[in-house]
Structures are given as structure tokens and as C-alpha cells.
Design a protein around this ligand. Structure first.
Ligand SMILES: [Zn+2]
Length: 611
């Protein structure tokens, strides 16, 4: 049935978004001022933090929680035990945490904690610290917390750490005491078991003191380039080459919900012009084997950013940094940490994915632990589209791999619903396929349901309405409803809250004289509207569209060059649906959803051919 696929294009059109009008929404606010003094020989550091916390909720808060992520890297931690008891442990973690010596573990140990200058009592359990406040924080009020702490950077095991396998000295992610998010669902003080973050929006002012030969890349905008140099001085600016010993780097990061940095004494630091005046920074080891790839990556990163600007909305910060560090690829505010010794396609691919997270997580800040598919799935969707374009892959369906993974899981008997908390999937594989693949198919398939132009408009309006907020699954589907005019709650419910599957089939085709009677059947529980492609014996083609009754609407014809006949609605509860083709033409073959955007788990019964 390949001939059915030729000539069907998806065209995105631009769309101007409307302002959000959600009056009961609120979010908490943080204003961090931190200083760090790093000892690069022992990998220990002292930190100070002044945190102005504003309670925008309607509730009076009597306690707060902090994440102390580095405590996960200790033998016997929840992250360690989970990795040693799950059926398919991450190869980077395995039992490595259990073998860390005292000088290799990670920790954050508070040495002082005050609220508005008065000491407060706290309890630490694993990676979470609870503070019972002396003075409740009333709705609309602010308080100032001060914390001093001693810390040790763990050996690189997962995401953060020292001495990565590629020799990067310091990948400093989730490195500071970070106040947990409090939202309409209450506190989200999840222990750090292996994945997913959710944090408070605000401003960061970070001062890092480190040996003079180390270059730092990270989240913030450097405030003192002339003092520290290391590739940050702009043309014409003179680097006041300072004394030996240590430099103090001062960064500001406005409107973010995290702050990450990395440092190495062998970084090459390049800058490259990105779209709309954004400066792209690249930090990579001074290694001739990777230098060419890292140079060629720079224009590709600019092209990727341009693609995301066009298809989601404009990147809202002044800079973005691609930093060699960590153990794979991980997204952070205004930067990413990726491994650098890769084939070129893989290097661009990981950058595309992590850069796309700047939109789907770092600006549209969903609660990843609860809705992991909204950041990983949406990111996979848009980065697969971007790679197809920027790398000229020209795949007819860049999401075919996501569908294959989803089909595997949906028919394995081991699928868990997308509402599963990210930490509590039975296996890492089940989490991965759900979050990345089923989450990506959510969008591609929504394009089938409402039409590709409506999908494109939905993404843009979602960004415009919910940027710098914490959108929920309902916010997204309501956006799709407003854009398309259809009722779509059934789609969100079945795809994300159940493991219902889609299986429609062609049950019978009976020809009698000039007429052909077609009977379709719904075998799976999940509802869908149906596109049925018919090829006649004279070679002409026609699309029959059967709207789903509960959608209350008909999508535009996605293939305007093809004649389309809109049939009666199919009410979901009816297991079969019959209609007649009475145009005098003889049917040669027919196929349900020739584009295969509808994730039908049994494609065999979607095809009928005259014998
Ligand atoms: Zn991701």
C-alpha cells in the first residue's frame, strides 16, 4: 500500500497565541544567593545560601522541605538499593554506589540553618530535609532562609559527579540544597531515587570560587568576564589576567528553576551566534579526536534552535551552553551536560534532544515525576522532527521508532499507565518506553485525531499560555480542545490513565452490482476516529472519514489533493460500523490509516484487497 503514502504532506502554519486566562493559578517564588568555594583536590566544598521564599499559595505553611541530592550517592541510599533490586538496572549505576568509599561518596551536610535570623529545627532522611518553621509563612508573605553547608562531590555515577569517564573534573548538577516545590497538590519532596525533577521558579545569583586554571560553563550569565577570561571576554574586552590561585566567578540566572555548572582545567570554550542574538557556548575537552565534531556541532545547534523557535516559540534566554560532562545527556536550565566522544550524528542527536528540553521542561516546567511523558515524550517528538529536518534525514515518519517501542510494550502484557510515578515503574525499560515513546506517540497521534495543522497550533499556544509555569496534562489537552474545537478528554484519559489499546479492523467487504458494503469493527477499548483510504480499480483514490461521536467535530481533510467523503459518526459503544460505497466504481483495496499515525496494535486487519 505504499502508493497511498506518496504525496501526503504535513504542513505547519504559523499561529498567534492568545493570552492565558487562568485566574486561580499560583506558583511559589524563590530568590537564591549562593557562594561556593571548591577544593579541586579533595572535591569538597563549602556553600552558603540565602533563600528568599515567597508563599504565593492560599495556604499558611508551617514546614518546608529541601532536596539534598548528593546524599543519594552513599551505600544503602534508596538510589543504591533500588538499583541493586530492580530487574534491569541502569548500566551506569548497577552496584557502583554500594562500593563508594567515604572519600568518594557524595553528601550535603548543613552546618547552619536559620529562618529570618533565628535557628530552626530540621530533620534529614536520605535526600530530603524537613524544616519545622518557627514562624509560619502566611499567604502572600516572604521569609528568608539561610543555610551553610559542607559537601563532597561524589564520584561520577549518574548525572552529577567528579572525574567522569571522559575525564571531566566536575559535573555540578543538583549540587546545592534545593527547596522542594509546593503547588496545588501540596509538597513534592520526592526522594532522589534515580530520576526526574520538579522545582520552584525564581532567580539565582551564584558565586563560585575555584582554581584559576578551571573553566566554568553553566546556567547563568557571567557578570565578570574581564576578571576570569577563559573565553568569556567579548571582542575588544581585555582580560585582566589575575593573580595565581583562585578565581571567583559571578553568575546571574533570571527566571529559571535550577542552576547547574561544570568545570574542567582542559576545556576548550567556543562561542557561536545563535538565532535572535542568542550566544551559544560550547565547552569540550581539549582532545584532537573530538574537536572536529564539536566544531561542526555549532552551526547545527543554531539550526536546531531556529527549528524549535519556529515550531514551539521563541527561546527566551540570552545564551545556551552545550557542555561536555555527565554520563550521557541531561537537560538543565540554559545548558546541557552531554558526553562528547560520539559519532557526529549521535552528538547532534543528543544535543537536539537536550536543547528541546529547554522548551519542554525548562520553560514549560511540568512535574516530571508525575508526568514524565510531558517532558521526555514531547521532547522526543519535537527533536525527532528537528533531526529529520536539520540533518536532512527525510524519513517519511520520523516517529516510527517511537511507535515500534510502544507496540512492543503495549503487547507485552507488562505495560503500566502513563500516570505511574516515574520512580515506581516495575522496570527501567517500562519507564523508558512509556516516558519517551508513548509520550511522543501521544503527540503524533493527536495530529492524526485533530489534524496536523491543529497540532502545530496547539504546541504554539501551549507554549505561549504556559511558559514559565507548571502546566499539567489537563492544561495541554484543554489547549488542544480550544485550538481544534473538539472534545478531547477521552484521548487524554485513555492514552495516559489506562493501558487501553487501539485495534480497529476491516471485518467484511461485500460487493453487489454497483455497490460495495463495508463493515468495520472496533476490537480494542480505546476510541478513535477513522480515516479509511480506498483505491478503486480505475486507479483513483478516495478517503472516507468516520468521525468519533464523542469528539463532536470533524478534522479538516489532511490531504486536500484527495477527495474526502465524511460519513456518519461512529458511536464508541457500537462494536461494528457499516456503510456503502455507491459511486459505480469497483474497489481494489482499502486501508485504515495509511499514514500509520494511529497506534493500532494489530495492523493486519487494517488492510483489505480484492482477491
Ligand atoms: Zn530527555
Amino acid at each position: 500500500m505504499k502508493q497511498l503514502l506518496t504525496g501526503f504532506f504535513f504542513i505547519a502554519i504559523s499561529f498567534s497565541a492568545f493570552a492565558q486566562n487562568n485566574k486561580c493559578y499560583w506558583q511559589q517564588e524563590v530568590d537564591y544567593k549562593m557562594t561556593v568555594d571548591m577544593d579541586v583536590k579533595t572535591f569538597q566544598y563549602k556553600g552558603t545560601q540565602e533563600l528568599k521564599y515567597t508563599n504565593n499559595s492560599p495556604d499558611t505553611l508551617t514546614k518546608v522541605f529541601y532536596h539534598l541530592y548528593f546524599n543519594a550517592f552513599q551505600p544503602g541510599s534508596e538510589m543504591d538499593v533500588r538499583s541493586r533490586t530492580i530487574a534491569d538496572p541502569d548500566s551506569r549505576v548497577m552496584d557502583r554506589i554500594s562500593k563508594l568509599s567515604p572519600s568518594e561518596i557524595g553528601y550535603i551536610k548543613p552546618t547552619l540553618f536559620t529562618q529570618d535570623g533565628v535557628a530552626a529545627n530540621y530533620t534529614i532522611k536520605g535526600t530530603v530535609m524537613q524544616v519545622l518553621l518557627n514562624k509560619p509563612i502566611l499567604p502572600g508573605e516572604s521569609t528568608v532562609f539561610n543555610m551553610n553547608w559542607d559537601a563532597q562531590v561524589p564520584l561520577q555515577i549518574r548525572r552529577s559527579g567528579r572525574d567522569s569517564s571522559e575525564g571531566v573534573a566536575l559535573t555540578m548538577t543538583q549540587w546545592y540544597p534545593k527547596i522542594a516545590e509546593y503547588d496545588f497538590e501540596g509538597w513534592h519532596a520526592d526522594p532522589y531515587i534515580a530520576r526526574e525533577f520538579y522545582s520552584v521558579w525564581g532567580d539565582y545569583d551564584v558565586t563560585i570560587t575555584i582554581d584559576a586554571d578551571y573553566t566554568i560553563g553553566g546556567t547563568g550569565y557571567l557578570q565578570n568576564p574581564a576578571e576570569v577570561g577563559h573565553g568569556y571576554t567579548v571582542p575588544g574586552q581585555k582580560w585582566m589576567k589575575p593573580k595565581k590561585g583562585k578565581y571567583t566567578w559571578h553568575f546571574l540566572a533570571p527566571d529559571v528553576h535550577d542552576f547547574a555548572w561544570a568545570a574542567d582545567d582542559e576545556y576548550v570554550h567556543d562561542t557561536y551566534p545563535g538565532p535572535n542574538g542568542v550566544t551559544l557556548h560550547f565547552f569540550y575537552k581539549n582532545d584532537p579526536e573530538i574537536a572536529e565534531n564539536w566544531k561542526n556541532l555549532q552551526p547545527k545547534t543554531a539550526a536546531l534552535m531556529e527549528f524549535f523557535n519556529e515550531h514551539i516559540g521563541e527561546y527566551p534566554y540570552e545564551q545556551y551552553s552545550v557542555i561536555q560532562g555527565g554520563d550521557g545527556g541531561m537537560e538543565y536550565a540554559i545548558c546541557t551536560m552531554i558526553t562528547g566522544g560520539r559519532e557526529f550524528g549521535s552528538l547532534v542527536g543528543v544535543t537536539a534532544h537536550e536543547l528541546a528540553h529547554s522548551w519542554f521542561q525548562f520553560v514549560l516546567a511540568t512535574n516530571e515525576s508525575k508526568h514524565e511523558w510531558m517532558d521526555e515524550g514531547f521532547t522526543s517528538y519535537i527533536s525527532d522532527e528537528a533531526m529529520n529536518y536539520v540533518m536532512e534525514e527525510n524519513k517519511p515518519n520520523p516517529h516510527a521508532g517511537s511507535y515500534r517501542s510502544y507496540f512492543y510494550m503495549a503487547t507485552s502484557g507488562a505495560e503500566q499507565p502513563l500516570t505511574t510515578h516515574a520512580d515506581r515503574y516495575a522496570t527501567n525499560r517500562s519507564y523508558g518506553i512509556n516516558a519517551y515513546s508513548k509520550g511522543s506517540v501521544f503527540l503524533t497521534q493527536l495530529g492524526y485525531v485533530i489534524g496536523p495543522e491543529n497540532l502545530s497550533k496547539t504546541l504554539k499556544r501551549y507554549y505561549s499560555d504556559f511558559k514559565f509555569k507548571h502546566p499539567t496534562p489537563n492544561d495541554f489537552i484543554r489547549t488542544a480542545e480550544k485550538v481544534s474545537g473538539f472534545e478531547l478528554d477521552w484521548y487524554l484519559t485513555d492514552w495516559t490513565q489506562t493501558t487501553n489499546t487501539i485495534d480497529y479492523g476491516i471485518k467484511a467487504v461485500e460487493s453487489e452490482g454497483e455497490s460495495t458494503k463495508v463493515t468495520l469493527e472496533r476490537i480494542g477499548l480505546m476510541p478513535m476516529p477513522i480515516d479509511l483510504y480506498v483505491t478503486y480499480e480505475d486507479g483513483s483514490q478516495e478517503l472516507f472519514y468516520i468521525p468519533l461521536r464523542m469528539m463532536w467535530g470533524e478534522k479538516p481533510n489532511p490531504f486536500t489533493e484527495l477527495k474526502r467523503t465524511v460519513l456518519e459518526d461512529w458511536p464508541w459503544a457500537y462494536p461494528t460500523y457499516t456503510f456503502e460505497i455507491k459511486n459505480g466504481k469497483k474497489v481494489k483495496n482499502m486501508m485504515i490509516d495509511a499514514t500509520r499515525r494511529m497506534a493500532d496494535i494489530n495492523p493486519e486487519n487494517n488492510l483489505w484487497e480484492v482477491k
